[in-house]
Design a protein around this ligand. Structure first.
Ligand code: GLN
Length: 480
């Protein structure tokens, strides 16, 4: 049954509906692959076999009596900062090592007939871009086990790339769905801020965080989006916006669409990466789109706005991990000692919490955070003006391909590596990364960005691209 891993979600759905395949069979197949590659890839923090099989049996049983939703019975892997009842949610941190959630996140509720294969690895509290900050060890890239899978949703990307899960959920605050998707050669979709409920996502930076799917194609992502988008009264930032028929959006091609290529965002990339993405734009031009260069002349501003907003919000959000209400409890005679001994975060999280606490304290407070927000809004306004010149922005997802696991990266250099993905978060825009080539045998990602709530445009361009090419159907050599 090795070929199962190459089937699309629509094909799996048909097999299940026709009862040619049971959810228990499909789930067992993916559980077996997940266990097989766990030692090499370390994609999971917890494999939830019993939960998965119980849901699979329930889906199979229900199907004998009624018609089920399209994705019912297809297993999913969920990033370990999204809670699922009865499973641990660690956020890849020692602080939450033994935390078991008493409730389901909104997205997990919506996928209640999707067997949960497990909770996948990430950078601690989703802070990072290489998955090396996980307290449960780094994830390895299935394309080259000596390289990082990207982050913070490194596990979500790696398990899909290795055929250990047909799709997964990740979260994206500054690029954490798109950059690992690019590094692992899969499709990663960050919806518009507010499209998907954040209830049950452990907050990192609440004004930027967004949940989205990682899968093997745009068409697969469209089906997952259909299942997880929609207004949630329990999330105050959830959008009251009608959810379109995302599958129908795949039908239109790119004829007449204007693609804008931000010059500066190509100039800062490795030559082969920039070259592969430019070549993709040329092919989309042949398919009927118009292509022209635009300018996104900000760089320091992007990093500054992101650092001020993300660290300030993180400092506030992570204040709840104090050893009293949740997670690890240290020891101490006084409250201060208890707090200090309980907050056993890793170095990256500590550094960010210190920065954020600084941005929120002192005489200039709240001026620092306010300035970050103001900068972010200025960037958003500039992006709005670009969308009067073009329909979709097309650019690389990351400046390089996946880098090697060894060696320390300077934190500032790492923030600068995120400049291609952060603008979509600052402006709340939908953005997707799709595979568009290989450089030295490693996947290159092309990023598409659209105005708020115009996921339809991304699906249109992305799907046209994937109908023309087969980059998204390649498998890493390490996997079979
Ligand atoms: N790499 C970015 C960071 O380190 C993005 C993280 C994210 O999107 N969760 O903050």
């Amino acid at each position: 049954m090795n070929e199962l891993k190459s089937l699309s979600l629509a094909e799996l759905s048909e097999l299940l509906a026709a009862r040619k395949l049971s959810s228990v069979e499909l789930t067992s197949y993916y559980l077996e692959r997940s266990r097989k590659y766990q030692k090499d890839i370390n994609g999971y923090i917890t494999i939830t076999e019993d939960l998965a099989l119980a849901t699979a049996r329930r889906a199979d049983e229900l199907r004998t009596r009624e018609e089920l939703p399209l994705l019912a019975g297809i297993p999913v892997a969920v990033k370990d900062n999204i809670v699922a009842r009865g499973a641990p949610t660690t956020c890849a941190s020692r602080v939450l090592e033994n935390y078991v959630s008493p409730f389901d996140a909104a997205v997990v509720e919506k996928l209640s007939l999707n067997p949960l294969l497990g909770k996948v690895n990430l950078d601690e509290f989703a802070m990072g871009a290489d998955n090396k900050t996980s307290a449960f060890g780094p994830v390895r890239n299935p394309w080259d086990l000596q390289r990082v899978p990207g982050g913070s949703s490194g596990g979500s990307a790696a398990v899909v790339a290795a055929g250990c899960a047909p799709f997964s959920l990740g979260s994206d605050t500054g690029g954490s769905i798109r950059q690992p998707a690019a590094f692992c050669g899969v499709t990663g979709f960050k919806p518009t801020y507010g499209r998907v409920s954040r209830r049950g996502l452990v907050a990192f930076a609440s004004s930027l965080d967004q949940i989205g799917p990682l899968a093997r194609s745009i068409a697969d992502c469209a089906l997952v989006l259909q299942a997880i988008c929609g207004h949630d009264p329990a999330d105050a930032t959830s959008a009251r916006q009608e959810v379109p028929d995302f599958r129908a959006c795949l039908q239109a091609d790119v004829r007449g669409l204007r693609l804008g290529l931000p010059r500066e965002n190509f100039a800062c990339c490795d030559e082969e990466v920039a070259g592969a993405v430019e070549e993709a734009a040329r092919q989309l031009e042949l398919a009927g789109a118009t292509v022209h260069w635009v300018s996104m002349p900000y760089r320091d501003e992007v990093v500054t706005a992101y650092l001020l907003i993300a660290t300030a919000e993180a400092a506030s959000n992570l204040a709840r991990f104090d050893g009293v209400k949740y997670g690890y409890r240290g020891q101490g005679q006084t409250l201060d000692e208890l707090y200090t001994s309980s907050r056993i975060f890793g170095a990256t999280v500590r550094r960010r919490l210190m920065l954020g606490t600084f941005a929120l304290s002192g005489e200039d407070c709240p001026a620092c955070y306010e300035q970050g927000l103001r900068l972010g809004r200025a960037i958003a306004r500039h992006l709005d003006s670009l969308f009067r010149q073009c329909d979709v922005l097309l650019l690389p997802t990351a400046p390089t391909v996946a880098f090697t696991l060894d060696g320390e990266q300077d934190p500032l250099a790492s923030y600068y590596n995120d400049i291609l993905t952060i603008p979509a978060n600052l402006a709340g825009l939908p953005a997707v990364s799709v595979p568009c080539g290989l450089s030295s045998g490693l996947p290159v990602g092309m990023q598409l960005m659209a105005p708020r709530f115009r996921e339809d445009l991304l699906l249109r361009v992305g799907h046209t691209w994937q109908c023309l090419t087969d980059w998204h159907q390649r498998w890493p050599r390490e996997v079979n």
